[in-house]
Design a protein around this ligand. Structure first.
Ligand code: ZN
Length: 384
């Protein structure tokens, strides 16, 4: 994909993610429930908090008060849990009681189980381990086989076609996996899986650019498999030929998505698509997803709402820009579409399309955020 314009829409309000419980930035394990985390943030910084956090604010204050005289006024960074007290024994029972109440409250306030970002990471790691996956190369054949094998028990369609690329005719392979739903209509999730032909002579494995979102969709498939979905059908599309063969232009890029959008336009499939969600480069440890300006407004709102449910708003839409990507052939045909993309990858974007794009720049935590938001977005679209 390529950036066509960049505009900052918010002052730099992004807060680096630090897990207060573990102290590990971007930790992929236990995650603090959003309301609880927001309260801790509030205690720490004295800043306004989202509405949902207010639910939990009362018992926190109550318990802090009951914990004995505290250094409440200090609100020093990282000390939200250290309630210094004079050890007044007669308060110990009350303390235990309140601790139990708090625990109860925290578990009640916890959102439903989180998406398994660790599994998405493992898929991505295995996929990136194939190595470079440029069309016509040996790694591409292995990548195709990986996808075929992954979905061998699912409704897998292989969409093979010859593209007239900048280097001549090339056989490309899109893959479509269908999970049927009870409602009439389809939600499509897409990613590209190949790497760049012009980068064939360096060890460019596209860990974030191609592999991470391939892993994400594979882990989403694990959530969808084996049950008749109550809502719309969900189709996963693994696009080939997103990258340019020579230099990015509207004719030298997005071969797979242009082909499929035209094909589905011809056979009436596009009319059944309620929403198309494209995932690109969102395994980045330092996740900051831009609002892509050609994306459909209501779909952007739904994704924002989904992020809010998990307290993940800070990762979404702090900046906006126009990005040419696999969603455009669908946008141009009137399909509600969004490109969920983080095009700021490494210092000065230095990991993008370089040998630096390796799995150590990708995190299971980011993939958990993505998966949570994709699954919740599907749920919200089904309710519309
Ligand atoms: Zn790329």
């Amino acid at each position: 994909m390529i950036r066509t314009s960049l505009k900052r829409v918010a002052t730099d309000s992004r807060v680096p993610h630090v897990s207060i419980f573990t102290g590990v930035p971007g930790d992929s394990g236990y995650r603090v429930p959003p309301g609880w985390r927001a309260s801790l943030e509030w205690l720490r910084r004295g800043k306004p908090q989202p509405t949902e956090a207010r639910v939990i604010q009362a018992p926190v204050i109550l318990s802090a008060a009951a914990w004995g005289p505290t250094q409440w006024g200090k609100r020093s960074a990282g000390s939200a849990f250290v309630f210094h007290n004079r050890r007044m024994p007669h308060l110990s029972i009350l303390r235990s009681l309140i601790a139990a109440l708090l625990l109860l409250f925290v578990s009640a306030a916890s959102p439903a189980q989180h998406f398994n970002g660790a599994k998405a990471y493992e898929y991505a790691k295995a996929f990136a381990a194939i190595g470079p996956r440029w069309p016509t190369g040996p790694g591409h054949v292995k990548a195709e086989d990986f996808i075929r094998n992954q979905f061998k028990h699912d409704q897998l369609e292989e969409d093979t076609f010859t593209a007239n690329t900048a280097i001549g005719p090339v056989t490309l392979h899109n893959f479509i996996v269908r999970f049927p739903g009870k409602k009439d209509g389809v939600i499509v999730l897409g990613t590209h899986y190949e790497t760049n032909y012009p980068l064939r002579n360096i060890n460019f494995v596209g860990a974030n650019d191609g592999a991470a979102t391939t892993g994400l969709l594979m882990a989403i498939a694990d959530e969808l498999r084996g049950k008749k979905l109550d809502g719309y059908s969900v189709w996963l599309v693994f696009f080939d030929g997103e990258e340019a063969f020579q230099k990015w232009s509207s004719s030298d890029s997005t071969y797979g998505s242009r082909h499929l959008a035209a094909k589905w336009g011809g056979d009436g499939t596009l009319g059944r698509i309620k929403a198309f969600l494209l995932a690109d480069m969102i395994g980045d440890k330092d996740l900051d997803i831009q609002r892509e300006t050609r994306s459909t407004a209501w779909l952007v709102d739904v994704v924002r709402q989904a992020a809010k449910k998990f307290g993940d708003e800070r990762y979404f839409f702090q900046t906006e820009e126009a990005v040419d990507d696999d969603h455009l052939p669908f946008v141009q045909r009137g399909v509600p579409s969004i490109d969920i993309i983080d095009l700021n990858y490494g210092p000065n974007n230095s990991y993008h399309h370089t040998v630096q794009d390796t799995m150590d720049k990708v995190s299971a935590h980011s993939l958990t955020v993505d998966g949570d938001v994709f699954m919740e977005t599907i749920r919200l679209i089904n309710q519309r």
